[in-house]
Design a protein around this ligand. Structure first.
Ligand SMILES: NC(=O)c1ccc[n+]([C@@H]2O[C@H](COP(=O)([O-])OP(=O)(O)OC[C@H]3O[C@@H](n4cnc5c(N)ncnc54)[C@H](O)[C@@H]3O)[C@@H](O)[C@H]2O)c1
Length: 270
């Protein structure tokens, strides 16, 4: 059921790789809610070509950009304003990648060049996107910017490796840039901390099935799905959340504030 929540709103969605991507589901919800957007992803991810099917379905333009490249970002943001016929109301940063996780490096044996790459792709790119948007004066007043994060920024999870540090930095950037953008443009900046979700990035983390099951049993409402995350993002891009900023918003079925749950106790009693 759609509510026309985003009628007249324009924006950019980073990170729709395939149908299971959180950004993919978000594009579908924003489209259903009346929003218009440009889809973008790293040129290498475009080669798989799946994004074109989503673009067609949503009537969206696709503009490739490596989110670590200032040149690509300038091109993306200025072309998006041309394509959409005006400034932006929302940006979704749904990007994460760690070469150390991908290549199965142990946390006690990290490759530091790769770690820098993790930081650049998964955290600093968020600053780059916002700095570019500010310099190009691309955001409308009362716009909304969201990045996706994970609770490993606050608590340790084996196998999440250097992505934990990247998420901590990402959340910090949201607060610092949120303060600046709020004062200058009434633009709000938040992170949404999502339950573990079966996507390409998610399933790259070791032992993901067990992890997913544990989180589900540890959450009174169960894990939040990618579709539910998309709905939450749509609300955060709507005018109903104008004064929410510089927050790390937990979207996790209650996981983050649960000590133990009946379902976990049952599991251990088996
Ligand atoms: N899946 C989970 O369990 C989970 C939980 C919490 C938060 N998140 C976060 O949600 C976000 C989206 O991930 P997802 O789970 O939908 O997985 P996904 O693999 O579908 O999305 C990750 C995206 O990042 C893009 N990307 C990588 N390097 C890039 C670059 N240099 N420039 C531009 N784009 C680049 C990929 O192409 C891909 O589209 C990530 O920030 C992830 O950390 C995921």
């Amino acid at each position: 059921m759609a509510y026309n929540l985003l009628k007249g709103k324009k924006g950019i969605i980073f990170g729709a790789l395939n149908e299971s991507s959180i950004a993919w589901k978000t594009a579908e919800v924003i489209h259903a809610e009346g929003g218009e957007f440009v889809l973008t992803n790293a040129p290498i991810a475009m080669r798989m070509g799946e994004i074109n099917a989503l673009a067609e379905k949503c009537g969206a333009e696709v503009i490739p950009a490596d989110a670590t490249s200032m040149e690509d970002l300038e091109n993306l943001i200025s072309k998006s304003m041309e394509t959409l016929g005006g400034k932006l109301d929302f940006i979704l940063h749904s990007i994460g990648m760690s070469p150390n996780v991908r290549k199965g490096k142990d946390y006690g044996d990290l490759n530091y060049d790769w770690m820098l790459k993790t930081m650049d792709v998964s955290a600093i790119s968020f600053h780059k996107v916002m700095q570019t948007a500010e310099k190009l004066d691309a955001m409308n007043e009362w716009g909304s910017i969201i990045a996706l994060t994970y609770i490993a920024a606050q608590r340790t999870y084996p196998d999440y490796s250097d992505m934990a540090q990247a998420k901590a930095m990402l959340e910090s950037i949201a607060r610092s840039y949120g303060a600046r953008f709020g004062e200058k443009k009434h633009v709000r900046v938040n992170t949404i901390s999502q339950s573990p979700t079966m996507t390409t990035a998610g399933s790259g983390v070791g032992g993901f099935d067990v992890f997913l099951d544990f989180a589900d049993k540890m959450s009174p409402l169960g894990n939040a799905t990618a579709e539910e995350c998309a709905n939450y993002i749509a609300v955060m891009f709507s005018d109903f959340t104008r004064k929410v900023t510089m927050q790390n918003l937990m979207h996790d079925g209650g996981f983050s504030t649960s000590g133990i749950t009946d379902r976990i106790v049952e599991q251990f009693n088996k």
